[in-house]
Design a protein around this ligand. Structure first.
Ligand SMILES: *[C@@H]1O[C@H](CO)[C@@H](O)[C@H](O)[C@H]1NC(C)=O
Ligand SMILES: *[C@@H]1O[C@H](CO)[C@@H](O)[C@H](O)[C@H]1NC(C)=O
Ligand SMILES: *[C@@H]1O[C@H](CO)[C@@H](O)[C@H](O)[C@H]1NC(C)=O
Ligand SMILES: *[C@@H]1O[C@H](CO)[C@@H](O)[C@H](O)[C@H]1NC(C)=O
Ligand SMILES: *[C@@H]1O[C@H](CO)[C@@H](O)[C@H](O)[C@H]1NC(C)=O
Ligand SMILES: *[C@@H]1O[C@H](CO)[C@@H](O)[C@H](O)[C@H]1NC(C)=O
Ligand SMILES: *[C@@H]1O[C@H](CO)[C@@H](O)[C@H](O)[C@H]1NC(C)=O
Length: 433
């Protein structure tokens, strides 16, 4: 009786995914522009609206994403498999930490969108990775800022460049983001602006399914040296206040958390301890490469991965976020014997979310035959991690979907009434657009 072939269904879903999310993104952007005094108009977003059209027409998903919710309420966060954490958005494709990079990550199936939080000179929290603007913006082209170049000590190293802490938000908004790596697609350079922490949160809250946020308290020692807030508030206070303003609260897996999932991350253990009595949101302690000291407490890699330290830090954090090369060391681009870090963290009941997974051929270890799926298979099924920070959330999502017994079972077993429901929703969303 249902004469729809699966091809017809995919075609209809395709048409709707082109029309409907686009309408969604425009209306949500509109609301932010009105809510946020700092964002003057829609015009700054015009390029990414255009991009959105392009992306939707050329890079359509091959299967209905979880975001294509057809049952009224938003599809919940998946909690049955390791978390797909979109590192700086879908930054393998689009300039990192920009609105299009985050929207693309959501479209591609990320569970969490990840951001580095820094501050402008006037104390507005922004999404940006480096403390200086040089490597990922067009600051070099802005002659009006030529005299802003400074040298500051950053984590014990004198660093020269243009620092975000010397620019107001309005000035930062006049810059445009660039792709960090020359071996990646450069066509979106100069098109998208830097976004604030609040704009990033709005992107997650407006997603058509539940998408978590994963903000980092980035370079807190440096930020607190250079930026001062009213009433003696510090960076960490403003960070938690922003999360609370948008309703982020609750411990891991609580009802409130599942509604608006968030992980807080930092390389600075004292920041995590400091906020521990301000929010019960789950926190992850990031662990840098073997040779790097913690920026706040000057501890070595060996100090902070000892059993006694894991015992201490587990009072404050849900897990650790180590560089993946400290879990499986690399020599000449070959994997060596894995360390016991994952086993010891799990023995302390700590989750492990390593960073960073990249599909670029120059990032893949020779053991993986230039195949990112082999890398995910190794880390998920052999090493057994609980979350993965990836520059290519679409690749990780496809790997997880195509190897998940749950999802294939679901898609092969749609009842006729479920199919009718989907079609009814497609028709009504057409009427709306
Ligand atoms: C920024 O670019 C410079 C010059 O290409 C490079 O040496 C440096 O490692 C980059 N820094 C970061 C944080 O990417
Ligand atoms: C950075 O430069 C200043 C001024 O030249 C100097 O006093 C300081 O020792 C330098 N710091 C480092 C870590 O090199
Ligand atoms: C939070 O903890 C700090 C020290 O860890 C303490 O000084 C402060 O009083 C605590 N604040 C609250 C509200 O419990
Ligand atoms: C860490 O080292 C820096 C510079 O070497 C020093 O200024 C700072 O006081 C040290 N911090 C701690 C907690 O020992
Ligand atoms: C990776 O390749 C190297 C070199 O062939 C080999 O020694 C190592 O055991 C391999 N590791 C894994 C996990 O396959
Ligand atoms: C990656 O691919 C590029 C472009 O094809 C090539 O120039 C480069 O040598 C490759 N790098 C590695 C490590 O395979
Ligand atoms: C398909 O779904 C029905 C009803 O939900 C269930 O009873 C049945 O076991 C499922 N079949 C398979 C092969 O999973």
């Amino acid at each position: 009786m249902l004469s729809f072939t699966s091809k017809t269904l995919i075609l209809i879903i395709d048409l709707v995914t082109r029309a409907f999310p686009f309408a969604l993104s425009v209306s949500s952007i509109n609301t932010h522009a009105r809510k946020k005094p700092g964002v003057e108009s829609l015009t700054g977003f015009a390029p990414f609206i255009l991009l959105f059209l392009v992306v939707h027409c050329t890079a359509r998903p091959l299967y209905p994403l979880p975001s294509r919710n057809t049952h009224g309420s938003r599809q919940p966060l998946q909690t049955f498999r390791p978390f797909n954490i979109a590192h700086r958005g879908s930054n393998g494709e689009l300039p990192e930490e920009t609105a299009p990079a985050y929207m693309r990550a959501i479209e591609e199936g990320a569970d969490f969108i990840e951001a580095d939080i820094l501050s402008s000179k006037d104390g507005v929290l922004i999404c940006f990775h480096d403390v200086f603007l040089d490597n990922t913006t067009d600051i070099a082209k802005h002659k009006e800022f030529a005299d802003r170049k400074r040298t500051y000590e950053v984590q014990g190293v004198n660093t020269t460049g243009f620092f975000s802490v010397d620019f107001t938000l309005e000035e930062l908004k006049s810059l445009r983001a660039n792709q960090r790596y020359s071996f990646r697609d450069q066509q979106f350079n100069g098109k998208f602006e830097i976004i604030t922490f609040e704009e990033y949160i709005s992107i997650a809250l407006d997603a058509p399914r539940v998408v978590g946020i994963y903000p980092e308290i980035k370079n807190p020692v440096f930020i607190n040296q250079h930026v001062k807030w009213a009433n003696g508030k510090i960076f960490e206070d403003k960070f938690v206040e922003t999360l609370e303003k948008y309703g982020y609260k609750g411990s891991y897996m609580s009802k409130q958390w599942l509604k608006q999932p968030a992980f807080i991350q930092s390389f600075a253990p004292s920041s995590l301890v400091y906020i521990s009595n301000q929010t019960d949101l789950p926190k992850l302690f990031l662990i840098n490469d073997f040779t790097i000291l913690t920026e706040d407490t000057n501890q070595t890699y060996w100090d902070i991965t000892s059993d006694s330290y894991l015992d201490y830090i587990k009072q404050y954090v849900l897990g650790i976020g180590p560089s993946k090369d400290t879990i499986v060391p690399i020599v000449n681009n070959y994997l060596q014997t894995p360390t016991d870090l994952v086993a010891r963290a799990h023995a302390h009941n700590l989750q492990v979310h390593p960073y960073t997974y990249r599909s670029d051929n120059n990032s893949l270890r020779f053991n993986f035959s230039q195949d990112p799926y082999e890398e995910y298979d190794y880390w998920i099924n052999k090493i057994g991690v609980d979350g993965l920070f990836t520059d290519f959330p679409g690749t990780l999502h496809k790997f997880q979907e195509w190897t998940s017994s749950k999802s294939s079972h679901d898609s092969d077993n749609k009842t006729a009434s479920e199919l009718l429901h989907i079609i009814a929703n497609l028709v009504s969303s057409y009427k709306r657009t």
